[in-house]
Design a protein around this ligand. Sequence first.
Ligand SMILES: *Cc1c(COP(=O)(O)O)cnc(C)c1O
Length: 425
Amino acid sequence: MGKRPPSVDRLARSLAAHGLPHPLAVSVARQAIADDDADRLEDYARRRRRQMITEVVNATGVMLHTNLGRAPLPVSLPSRYTNLELDLETGSRGSRQRAVGDVMAEACGAEAAMVVNNCAGAVLLTLAALAPNRGVAVGRGEMVEIGGGFRIPDVMNQSGARLVEVGTTNRSRLSDYSDVADDLAMILKVHRSNYRIVGFTEDVTVAELATVGPPVVADIGSGLLDSTCPWLSGPPPSWLAEEPAARQTLKDGADLVLFSGDKLYGGPQAGIIAGRADLVATCGRHPLARALRPGSLVMHALHETTLAYLDRRGGDIPFWAMASRTPVELQARADAIDATLGTALSASCQSVPGGGTLPTVTIPSHGLRITSDVSDALRNLDRPIIARVEDRHTIIDLRTVDPTDDDYLSQALAAVLPAEPDPHR
Ligand SMILES: *Cc1c(COP(=O)(O)O)cnc(C)c1O
């Protein structure tokens, strides 16, 4: 007779220290037994635990890191009810779009605004609602693909609108648009968020497009709210110079702007449609609006983020707090960590905005440079630290690390740094 198989339940209970809910511990134990590998049960549990969502320290210097949830959320929400769809004035049912839409419209300088799940959803809804079976002009140099398979021609197909390509890859002129104006329900201007076309180029501005006739919808993608950045105490960062902003794009004559909530806006994942009230209302009445609407968590978080903009509290929005840190203050933090550890790791480095925005921009920063690759050890910590590796050196960019995590970072480094060779042995 063979050995009796170990009891699944007993094995699962032996994993208590791993913090897995019991049913997950049971499935881990079953798997280990099925693989005839019960001796390595602890490894199975550790691996399972690491598949769960957990807080990490972003030391990559990529401010909007898609793998790390893009923008860190500016709010922590109480577990309470909200008046999401209740009109407190009348006591009757209201619109969940109303409160966020109103403050968002104010922030953008728009007549009206509404919110969907992401900017991809905003593009899809706008096309479906405003141009069903009708022509939409897009410049051939703006046939964007962003990560995750979102391609403008494919979205156009899905929406039921008909793509009217104008111009060439590198050049389009106003006449390219006006020549086909009679065939158009809309002109879609798509920002080249994640690529650049340089050399022999020509482009048509939103102000020029606004003279053609059909409504101009600008997908600005990244969601810079206002190019003057009035929520910052200093001037706008120079690396934002070329980035289109919602407020100025509307002022230039766009009928609608579309943008993400979790790129340069620094809020939760969302897509914002802002501009002419009649067009926003048409989008809101389309059946897809219900399928694309966010839940109360997102509405609440976007509302709070937008209030921070209106109050000019840029420092309360983590993305803008990061973006505003100077190399000098980051160096002081790096030097303090060196002093704690007795090391000399402080070094300058370069941050990037990330998240598929501003592909050519780097921002002078400061952090720690370790002359070996300790990125696996840092990532394997219970509270993982995600670092960057360049030429087998580990770079810890302090711009994306919250200052309250510096002590944790010091302790973690003390544990993973390779021991210095002892000169006396
Ligand atoms: C990022 C981006 C999108 C998609 O935004 P999501 O919020 O990620 O869906 C659409 N258009 C442009 C131009 C973008 O930059």
